[in-house]
Design a protein. Structure first.
Length: 238
């Protein structure tokens, strides 16, 4: 896998963080919450010089931002930092490994399918099962029928199951009955993103291993918003 280059202290340097090569990751649990005693732990952190302001990144793990799982979403790094052990107050803040601030600008396009229209590629969390089972959230699947999603065929597309529901035929108030569809599986498709409108854009905080660089901020002299505009214009080509 390749690496990216950013400007640090006026010099170009190679990054250790790999470019993202696939969005079809198993659903991974978000880091566990720390208890109150951990909030007084040492402030020593891993270096995040590998991530720079303006980098375009993708969330590769299950992380909650304002109650919504943003796994698979993309965005622009607003800030990246490494708290200093000598900085007053750093240890008084909530202990966390989230040292990268990202504005979410793109979300995966979601499609609705029946189980017959999907082929299971990998179980959620890479679990191993000897017998077949219905699809569940986190399963990696491939579309095997010509289903149109957002005006384009999703045939052969891969993605991750984000929700599965049961049709409630006897309950007229049920949304599934109102939809009158057998498409009970929602899939976030790989390599297809929709630009989020401004009101839906959220700021999230992530640890290093929860994001991967899609495009490095290699345009010197531009601020984060300008880099974001350039990135948005080229994201479909990645």
């Amino acid at each position: 896998m390749g690496s990216a280059a950013v400007t640090i202290a006026g010099e170009r340097t190679r990054l250790g963080l790999p470019f993202i090569h696939t969005a079809c990751h198993p659903l991974l649990a978000h880091r566990a919450h720390v208890d109150s005693s951990a909030s007084m732990r040492s402030c020593s952190r891993r270096s995040i010089a590998m991530v720079a302001k303006g980098d375009f990144v993708q969330v590769v793990k299950s992380v909650q931002v304002k109650g919504r799982d943003v796994r698979g979403q993309r965005g622009v790094v607003v800030e990246a930092w490494e708290p200093s052990p000598t900085e007053w107050g750093c240890c008084m803040e909530l202990a966390t490994d989230a040292t990268v601030q990202v504005e979410m600008t793109h979300a995966p396009v979601e499609g609705y399918f029946t189980e017959e229209e999907l082929k299971l590629l990998r179980f959620a969390n890479d679990e191993r099962r000897a017998v077949e089972r219905p699809l569940v959230e986190g399963d990696c699947v491939q579309v095997v029928r010509d289903v149109v999603v957002k005006g384009a065929s999703a045939l052969h597309a891969r993605g991750v199951v984000t929700s599965v529901w049961v049709i409630c035929e006897t309950d007229p108030a049920c949304c599934c009955a109102e939809l009158a569809t057998d498409a009970t599986v929602t899939v976030a498709l790989d390599q297809r993103w929709a630009t989020l409108p401004e009101p839906r854009r959220q700021i999230g905080y992530f640890a290093e291993d929860e994001i991967e660089i899609v495009r490095s901020s290699e345009i010197d002299g531009l601020d984060a918003s300008a880099r974001a505009d350039t990135t948005v214009a080229t994201v479909q080509a990645l």
